[in-house]
Write a protein that binds this ligand. Structure first.
Ligand code: BES
Ligand code: MN
Ligand code: ZN
Length: 492
């Protein structure tokens, strides 16, 4: 799908030859003298259409308009949120369109433009990778009509770059476990190194053993598929600028291991690599947008399987940090692969570390599918991620890290256990991870509820690529060279 930015006024949109014209109409749209404005005014007057968010009115071959189909989509107050609602509603009635012109009966804001482009892509995405008779996405071209191309260019380019990233994340998230093995996921990371500014190195079982990643290896040991540890680098700033390190949980399939999961909906555990997919997606977007920042992406990928050689409840392993871990539940495997990746992250002397993981069912219970869980030992980092989530319409919500939550992780047989009781499961998982970041500014995003949807609309959402990219682009905007002293609210 190709996006194009064009300078077109209302009359220009009315005469644009296309299958479909999607007109966003805010509640308080000004009326002009052109045919389109005429239709809108008439629809408003008759009471058939009021511009309320998500309301639509479809017209077929209306007089004075060149497009075959016209859909007026109410965009309410014109905010990013209501614009997204408008586009999703409008696209629902335009399934057949190949060439779409998208315009706004009122001024675009940058936020609205971004939200509209993301929503067009979201609504038209089609998964094809494992279908024999693939029906690819119908929508081939989207012309975004604005008053002044030069003024909209930056926001447009960012939005189109984000779409590439979100779709890459969705694609890898959606692939079944046998089509997204740790090796294939690492190959996807390697494929990103074709883009200028990106490099990638992949470690296998031998290198990971040499590093002493005993926790990561323990999860992988019940599987026939060899583990992979991918190290992606994006260099857009001077070498002296400390990078942000993103760490993605890449469990290509989570059976639970010996602590095996119930059969119902277990297929959805193919999505247990969505943290890794979000790292891939961010790098795909960075390749397009090329901001002046440095980013490292770490992907720890393996399967979690039951087997004669699998790790057992009660086994004690030694992590790369030297801390020993009693694995009381082999289904709490995400924190085991992440803890070694977090230890590895320290070598980049990062400005901040952000891990992204489908980590706990408890987070789904707490926040559902609306907001991702956010944990952080750093006030500024937490605030930046929260506001990035709001602006990208990919929100998160901060949860606590009081040390008292770590009490349940105590054990008589190792430095730490990998699970505490059922209560506060999302927080105790975060407390486990916190042991491996020291005093470095760190945040953990639990995306177990937001990375994919179940039911009829089953599929990866591409979240939180939008949040992460908004955060990183914010860093580019406020680029302060090298680490400044940071205040932390919670002592590590
Ligand atoms: N990948 C799961 C978390 C998960 C479960 C995400 C359901 C989305 C839906 C993770 O590896 C896991 O199994 N976590 C356990 C932890 C428990 C054993 C402490 C959980 O949440 O049940
Ligand atoms: Mn698990
Ligand atoms: Zn898991």
């Amino acid at each position: 799908m190709n996006f194009e930015l064009k300078s077109l006024d209302a009359a220009g949109c009315a005469s644009a030859r296309c299958d479909a014209l999607l007109v966003l109409v805010p509640e308080t749209a000004a009326t002009g003298k052109d045919a389109l404005s005429g239709w809108i005014a008439q629809a408003r007057k008759s009471g058939d259409f009021d511009g309320k968010a998500g309301k639509t009115l479809a017209l077929y071959q209306p007089q004075g308009v060149a497009a075959t189909r016209v859909v007026l989509a109410g965009s309410g107050d014109g905010s990013a949120r209501t614009v997204r609602q408008a586009v999703l509603a409008g696209m629902g009635t335009l399934r057949q369109a190949k060439r779409l012109v998208l315009c706004c009966a009122g001024p675009w804001t940058e936020a609205a433009l971004r939200a509209a482009i993301a929503a067009v892509a979201d609504a038209s995405y089609v998964y094809t990778a494992t279908k024999s008779k693939a029906e690819p996405r119908k929508l081939a071209q989207v012309v975004v009509a604005v008053a002044e191309v030069a003024k909209a260019r930056a926001a447009f380019d960012q939005a189109v770059g984000l779409v590439a990233g979100v779709e890459f994340a969705k694609e890898w998230g959606n692939r079944p476990g046998n089509h997204a093995t740790p090796t294939l996921i690492a190959n996807a990371a390697k494929s990103l190194a074709r883009h200028p500014g990106i490099s990638c190195e992949v470690l296998g079982p031998r290198e990971v053993a040499k590093l002493g990643m005993g926790a990561f290896m323990a999860v992988s040991q019940g599987s026939e598929e060899p583990l992979r540890f991918a190290v992606l680098r994006y260099n857009g700033a001077a070498r002296s600028v400390a990078p942000t390190v993103l760490v993605g949980k890449g469990i290509s399939f989570d059976t639970g291991g010996i602590s095996i999961k119930p059969a119902g909906e277990m297929d959805e555990m193919k999505f247990d690599m969505c943290g890794a997919a979000s790292v891939l997606g961010v790098f795909r977007a960075l390749a397009e947008i090329r901001p002046a920042i440095n980013v490292v992406g770490l992907i720890a990928s393996c399967e979690n399987m039951p087997d004669g050689r699998a790790v057992k409840p009660g086994d004690v392993v030694t992590s790369m940090s030297g801390q020993t871990i009693e694995i009381l539940n082999t289904d709490a495997e995400g924190r085991l692969v992440l803890c070694d990746a977090l230890t590895y992250a320290e070598r980049f002397k990062p400005a901040a570390i952000v891990d992204i993981a489908t980590l706990t069912g408890a987070c789904v219970v707490a926040l559902g599918g609306v907001r991702s869980g956010l944990f952080s030992n750093d006030e500024a980092l937490a605030a930046a991620l929260l506001s990035a989530g709001e602006s990208a319409l990919d929100p998160c919500w901060r949860l606590p890290l009081d040390d008292d939550y770590a009490d349940g992780l105590k054990t008589n047989f190792a430095d730490v256990a990998n699970v505490a009781g059922r209560a506060g499961g999302a927080v105790t998982a975060a407390k486990f991870l916190q042991r491996f970041v020291g005093t470095r500014a760190w945040a953990h995003l639990d995306i177990a509820g937001t990375a994919w949807k179940g039911g009829a609309a089953k599929g990866s959402t591409g979240r939180p690529v939008g949040l992460l990219l908004a955060y990183l682009l914010g860093q580019a905007a406020t680029a302060a060279p090298k680490a400044v002293a940071r205040k932390r609210s919670v002592k590590a």
